[in-house]
Write a protein that binds this ligand. Structure first.
Ligand code: ADP
Ligand code: ASP
Ligand code: MG
Length: 438
C-alpha cells in the first residue's frame, strides 16, 4: 500500500481534480491524502481574521464569494444530476456550517473549525467525482483517526489502531480518500497540523500502515537544488538522504513540511516528490541511502533575528551558557543557529514570539544586541568534515555578501550562513552559479 498526497495546486480546479482522479485510479489500494483547493485555506484564515475583529459582514461576504467558486467547480465536475445534487447539498452544508460560526464570542476553537473546512470540501468533491467515474472509493474521515497528544505531537499508536479499524470496515475499496492537515487534539477538539501540514498527514499515515512508499504530488518536479521562486536555472535533485531533506525543509524549502520527514525516516519508508502537472518526470526520491560527496541543494529561511549576549558578569563560561539556554528553554523558544566565543554567544530565532520577555531576562546576564530582518542561507549535502573543499566553495560564492554568522559541524549535512534579508536573493544566486552551474 502507498500513500499519495496531493497539494492545493494539484486539486486547485475542476480540471486538476479530474487529472488527479486519473493519477490515483488503477494503481492499487492506496490511501490518497488531499489538501484544500489552492487559495482556500488562505481565504478561511481571512474569514477567521474578520471574525476576530467582530466584522461578521466582512466574513460573510468572503464566504459568499468562496461558495460561488465551489459551485462553479461542482458545475464543471459533475455531469450526472444525482452526483451534482449530492455534491451541491454537501458543499452547501459546509457553507452553512461556516456561516453558523460567524457569531459573537468567536474564538480559537471556532477558528480551527473554520480552517478544517477546506480539506472537508476537496475530499468531498474528489470522493463524489470518483464515484461518478465508477471508482469504488472508500472514505477515511481524518477526524476519526488523526489525533495529537498533550504535547501537540502525533499520537502514533491511536492513529495506527484507528486506521486499522477504519480500513477493516471497508476492505473492498479500490482506494481510500482522506483529508490532510486536519486532526483532533487530545481533548477531541478539531485542530490542525499547522500550515502545509498535509505532508505530515501523509507521512503519519505511511508510518501507521507501514506503506511501501509515500508520494508527495505537487506543482514542481521534485526538490530543486535552489529556491525556484528566486533563482533561475534550478534543477531537480534525483535523490536525497532523509537527513538532507529534513535540513532543506527546516531551512525553507517550502516543497516539504519539515515535520513530515521524521515518521518516514524512522520507519524507513521512501518518500517520492512528484509533479502532478508532469507525472512522467522522475522527481526526487528521499530515502535512507547516501549518495555521497556532493553539495545537493541550497535553501533560505526568512524572518530570522540574531541575538548576541556578551557576558558582563563574573560567571564561569559554562554557567553563562547554561543560563542563556535556560532562558530560551523557559519560553520554549527553539534556537536555529549558535556561535560562541569566550565571553559571548550569538543565537538566532525564527519568530518574534515571546522575544520581548526573553530579551528582558537575558539582560540580567550581560549586554544584549539584536539584529532583525536576517535570513539563514543553508547549504546541504554530504558535508562530512573529512570531505574537502565544500566549505571553501560555499564561502567563496558569498565573497561579495556581508555574512553575519557561520555555522558548520552541528551536522554532517549542513553549513549555514546568516545574512541580511536584503542580501538573500543575491546570496542564493551567487551560490547557484558557484556550486551548480555546469
Ligand atoms: P503543495 O501545495 O503541493 O503542498 P507547496 O506550495 O507547499 O505545494 O510546495 C511547492 C512549492 O515549493 C513550489 O511551487 C516551489 O515554489 C516551492 N519551493 C521552494 N523551494 C523549493 C525547492 N528547493 N524545490 C522545489 N520547490 C521549492
Ligand atoms: N491546506 C493547508 C494549507 O494550505 C494544509 C496543506 O495544504 O498542507 O496550509
Ligand atoms: Mg505544501
Amino acid at each position: 500500500m502507498k500513500v499519495m498526497k496531493f497539494g492545493g495546486t494539484s486539486v486547485g480546479s475542476a480540471d486538476r481534480i479530474k487529472d488527479v482522479a486519473g493519477l490515483i485510479t488503477g494503481r492499487g489500494q492506496n490511501i490518497v491524502v488531499l489538501s484544500a483547493m489552492s487559495g482556500t485555506t488562505n481565504t478561511l484564515v481571512e474569514i477567521a481574521g474578520y471574525l476576530y475583529h467582530h466584522n461578521v459582514n466582512g466574513a460573510k461576504e468572503i464566504i459568499n464569494s468562496l461558495e460561488k467558486k465551489y459551485m462553479r467547480t461542482i458545475a464543471l465536475l459533475f455531469t450526472g444530476v444525482d452526483y451534482r445534487m449530492e455534491a451541491d447539498e454537501e458543499i452547501r452544508g459546509i457553507f452553512s456550517h461556516l456561516r453558523s460560526l460567524c457569531r459573537d464570542g468567536f474564538g480559537e476553537e471556532d477558528e480551527k473549525e473554520i480552517l478544517a473546512q477546506g480539506e472537508m470540501m476537496s475530499t468531498t468533491l474528489m470522493y463524489l467525482y470518483l464515484q461518478q467515474q465508477g471508482v469504488n472509493a472508500g472514505f477515511l474521515p481524518a477526524l476519526d483517526f488523526m489525533r495529537t497528544n498533550e504535547d501537540c505531537e502525533a499520537d502514533s499508536e491511536y492513529i495506527r489502531d484507528r486506521l486499522e479499524e477504519l480500513l477493516a470496515e471497508n476492505p473492498g475499496a479500490d482506494l481510500y480518500i482522506t483529508q490532510g492537515y486536519i486532526c483532533r487534539n487530545h481533548e477531541g477538539k478539531v485542530d490542525n497540523l499547522q500550515r502545509g501540514g498535509s505532508d505530515l498527514t501523509a507521512s503519519l499515515i505511511g508510518a501507521a500502515v507501514d506503506a511501501s512508499e509515500i508520494e508527495i504530488w505537487t506543482d514542481i518536479d521534485g526538490m530543486h537544488n535552489n529556491d525556484p521562486r528566486y533563482v533561475e536555472g534550478t534543477s531537480p535533485v534525483a535523490e536525497l538522504h532523509f537527513d538532507e531533506a529534513a535540513e532543506l525543509a527546516y531551512f525553507g524549502a517550502k516543497i516539504l513540511h519539515p515535520a513530515c520527514v521524521l515518521p518516514a525516516k524512522v520507519n524507513n519508508i521512501p518518500v517520492r516528490l512528484l509533479n502532478t502537472m508532469e507525472p512522467q518526470a522522475r522527481g526526487t526520491l528521499i530515502h535512507n541511502t547516501d549518495r555521497s560527496c556532493s553539495i545537493k541543494a541550497v535553501a533560505a529561511k526568512d524572518g530570522i533575528t540574531a541575538i548576541k549576549i556578551k557576558s558582563s558578569r563574573m560567571l564561569l563560561a559554562s554557567v553563562f551558557m547554561h543560563r542563556v539556554f535556560e532562558i530560551f528553554d523557559n519560553y520554549r523558544k527553539p534556537i536555529d543557529m549558535i556561535s560562541t566565543s569566550e565571553v559571548s554567544v550569538t543565537v538566532t530565532v525564527d519568530s518574534p514570539l515571546k522575544l520581548e520577555h526573553i530579551l528582558e531576562d537575558l539582560k540580567a546576564l550581560g549586554t544584549v544586541k539584536v539584529d532583525e530582518n536576517m535570513c539563514i542561507i543553508c547549504v546541504v549535502g554530504d558535508l562530512h568534515w573529512r570531505n574537502r573543499g565544500f566549505e571553501a566553495a560555499a564561502l567563496d560564492a558569498l565573497a561579495d555578501i556581508p555574512v553575519r554568522m557561520v555555522s558548520y559541524g552541528g551536522s554532517d549535512r549542513n553549513i549555514s550562513f546568516l545574512v541580511s534579508a536584503d542580501d538573500k536573493v543575491a546570496a542564493l544566486r551567487a551560490l547557484q552559479s558557484r556550486l551548480f552551474a555546469s
